[in-house]
Each structure stands twice: as structure tokens, then as C-alpha cells.
Ligand binder design. Structure first.
Ligand SMILES: [Zn+2]
Ligand SMILES: [Zn+2]
Length: 232
């Protein structure tokens, strides 16, 4: 019950905040204006919600049964280290999973649904094939099964995950090119980065960082030249 309420609240709040940002930066489009919301998008968002509730419940049961251990600490350095480990490990694992989801064999059953939406908007984040939502959720449970993290770090990571997800599907770019492309800062993904993935699915596979795309040469050649702009 709590997990249903919590997951619903996360989706509603993130969509509302996302829409506010879209409105504020409506003149900085990085994706064409989407069509009217279709029933399919709402149905798939609900299915994502249900699967996220089930994943949360599975995590809770695994914790209750002692398979997952979460500890309580407010020590700044421990929380920072745990958050860093969760963030970086999920970043590399999701890059690999995302590249695999683009393989011919897996694409239709896992990822094609999400890519039907070239013109992104915040709700597109949740418009996923249920199997894809399940694989991301399982990856997360596997990580916290092997890595015992502090409760605060887990909460921070989950907030960061939703922020990155919504930012990637804004369809507008709130950050200026000057700031986003500064050294170090340019290792963080942006709205432009994921909008370009929806337009050119063979580039920009990263979730939180651009590191793996740079390393494996899958960064869009238009990322810098068309930052904050639409690729014609
Ligand atoms: Zn997307
Ligand atoms: Zn993709």
C-alpha cells in the first residue's frame, strides 16, 4: 500500500515539475512539439507504475528476509561513497543493458516501444515496454543485493535517477551550452543528449554520464554542435 502510494506520488510530482520546466524553457526546444497524448502512452505509464510498485515490494520482501541489507548512517562520507558507488555502477550497467536493448534480437521485445516516441516529453520516461521496466528494476535489485548501501544513499540515488530520467525527456534544454560543455560538467548527460538519442537511436546510450559513449565512440557527432538546438 505504501509502495503504491509512494510510486504514484513520484510519477505525479516528477511529471508536474517536468512540465513546469518545459513551460519555462519553451523557447529552447531540442525536440519537435509532441502530438496530443495518446491512450497508449497513459496505459504504458500505468503499467510502468504497477511494475515499479512490484519491484519496490520485491525489494522490501528481500530486505525483510535478510537477502538485502540496508544500514542506517548519516555519516557524510559514507553516504557520499555509497551514493557514488550506486550512481556509477548503475550508470555502466544501464549503458550495457541499453546497448543490448538496441540489438536486433532484443529491440522489438524490450525497447522499441520507448523509441516509438521521437518527440519526447516528461511522460515519455514512463512509456516503456513492461519487460524493459522489469529489466531495469531487476538490475537495481541485483545491485543492492550485492552492495549493502546506507538508506540515505539509496534515497539520494533514487531521487537522482528520477531527475536524470525526467531531464532526458524534457524536450527543451534548460542548461546553457556554456555551462553544460565545461570540462568535468560535460561528463553529465543533459536533455539535449537524450533527446538526440530519440532522434538518432544509434548514438548517446548513456543514462547519467557521457563517459561510456565517449569511451566506446557512441557519442552523437551533433552533441556539441547542436547543443540546446534541434538537429534538422
Ligand atoms: Zn528515452
Ligand atoms: Zn534507446
Amino acid at each position: 500500500m505504501i509502495s503504491a502510494f509512494e510510486n504514484s506520488l513520484i510519477i505525479v510530482i516528477s511529471l508536474l515539475l517536468g512540465q513546469l520546466v518545459v513551460k519555462k524553457f519553451k523557447n529552447r526546444k531540442v525536440s519537435q512539439t509532441p502530438d496530443h497524448l495518446k491512450p497508449n502512452e497513459i496505459i504504458l505509464t500505468f503499467s510502468t507504475l504497477i511494475i515499479n510498485i512490484l519491484i519496490t515490494m520485491a525489494g522490501w520482501i528481500l530486505w525483510k528476509e535478510g537477502f538485502i541489507s540496508i544500514y542506517a548512517t548519516s555519516n557524510f562520507w559514507i553516504v557520499l561513497l555509497d551514493t557514488f558507488v550506486l550512481f556509477c555502477t548503475m550508470d555502466i550497467m544501464m549503458y550495457v543493458l541499453h546497448r543490448m536493448a538496441h540489438i536486433k534480437l532484443l529491440y522489438p521485445i524490450l525497447h522499441k516501444t520507448h523509441h516509438q516516441y521521437v518527440r519526447v516529453r516528461p511522460i515519455t520516461l514512463f512509456v516503456l515496454n513492461p519487460l524493459e521496466t522489469m529489466s531495469f528494476g531487476s538490475l537495481w535489485l541485483i545491485l543492492i543485493y550485492f552492495y549493502s548501501a546506507s538508506a540515505i544513499a539509496i534515497s539520494i540515488y533514487l531521487v537522482l535517477n528520477i531527475i536524470f530520467g525526467i531531464v532526458g525527456h524534457l524536450g527543451v534544454e534548460p542548461v546553457s551550452k556554456k555551462i553544460a560543455l565545461l570540462p568535468i560538467i560535460n561528463l553529465i548527460t543533459t536533455s539535449t543528449f537524450h533527446a538526440q538519442h530519440h532522434q538518432m537511436p544509434e548514438q548517446n546510450f548513456g543514462f547519467y554520464t557521457t563517459i561510456w559513449d565517449k569511451l566506446f565512440k557512441s557519442l552523437s557527432p551533433y552533441y556539441h554542435s547542436h547543443f540546446g538546438k534541434m538537429v534538422d
